[in-house]
Design a protein around this ligand. Structure first.
Ligand code: CO8
Length: 261
């Protein structure tokens, strides 16, 4: 099963500094089986160790980003077995990735698929995308962060509506409630995400990493603590050569040459 999953998550390098991870199980709408999730996590851990990768695009083949956890793999499964799967460890490889991850979402992002998208930093969605947490209809709940990440992303009343009805919403509605960063034509999703990742990859890497870390940690801290973290991050950046180069290039009216240090 794990050997088969190697074909189900593909790694590409579409632009300098950019890795593209493609969930490739279109026959099941990219349903996230355990082997597939293990492979996804392993790839992200590999990319974490590859300093040349400055931004990652995560996308799916076919008509779905991902249609959720593999429903078939949960039938007959007990509480203890679910606990022992420790899926939170697999998602952490994506959620705690130190550089920006952009979800390029086409088709359906449902259940665990939307939870996966919410583990990324920027969500670019095609016009015909459907986003939802349909778990309640199966007698379960969004158990990989869905209730909590959604709550923090869109607030109580939208989170309650999505999780309690299981109804999917459009990309446009997702944009209006703050679940989607940008809506583009279906055919432009991947290109838009790669272009954005390429631009981010060219920016001073330490500043990019610090911004991501501060926003991520700050979302879960008091304002005062988070602002202290923010100041510390700013102070750290004052010892980078990219900061000196960025400021000097601006005053000298020339293009900066960033070195990522
Ligand atoms: N799991 C397993 N197989 C799936 C899944 C899935 N989530 N989604 C689609 N498939 C399979 C179908 O069974 C079908 O297989 P087959 O051809 O062998 O019958 C194939 O994909 C094509 O699907 P459809 O025929 O249904 O295609 P449609 O175009 O008619 O519909 C949909 C596409 C709307 C995406 C539809 O397939 C659907 O509603 N899928 C299920 C969505 C869902 O309920 N997702 C939630 C799953 S539960 C979950 O994610 C719980 C998370 C809890 C934490 C676990 C950590 C991740």
């Amino acid at each position: 099963e794990d050997a088969q999953a190697v074909e189900q998550v593909l790694l590409e390098h579409p632009a300098p500094g950019v890795a593209l991870v493609r969930i490739n199980r279109p026959e099941a709408h990219n349903a996230l089986s355990m082997p597939l999730r293990r492979r996804l996590a392993a790839l992200f851990l590999e990319l974490e160790d590859d300093a040349s990768v400055r931004a990652v695009v995560l996308t799916g083949t076919g008509r779905a980003f991902a249609a959720g956890a593999d429903v078939k793999s949960m039938i007959g499964v007990s509480s203890v077995e679910m606990y022992q799967r420790h899926t939170e460890r697999l998602w952490a490889a994506v959620g705690r990735f130190s550089r920006p991850v952009i979800a390029a979402v086409n088709g359906h992002a449902l259940g665990g698929g939307l939870e996966l998208a919410m583990n990324t930093d920027i969500i670019i969605a095609g016009e015909s995308v459907k986003l939802g947490q349909p778990e309640v209809r199966l007698g379960i709940l969004p158990g990989a962060g869905g209730t909590q990440r959604l709550l923090r992303a869109v607030g109580k009343f939208h989170a309650m509506r999505l999780c309690l009805t299981g109804d999917a919403i459009s990309a446009r509605e997702g944009y209006e409630i703050g679940l989607v960063s940008q809506v583009v034509a279906d055919a432009d999703v991947e290109r838009t995400a790669i272009d954005m990742a390429t631009s981010i990859a060219a920016l001073p890497g330490l500043a990019v990493e610090q911004i991501k870390e501060v926003i991520q940690l700050g979302a879960d801290a008091s304002l005062e603590t988070a602002m202290a973290l923010e100041r510390k991050a700013l102070h750290i950046l004052f010892s980078t050569s990219d900061k000196e180069e960025g400021l000097r290039a601006f005053t000298e009216k020339r293009a900066p040459q960033f070195r990522g240090e």
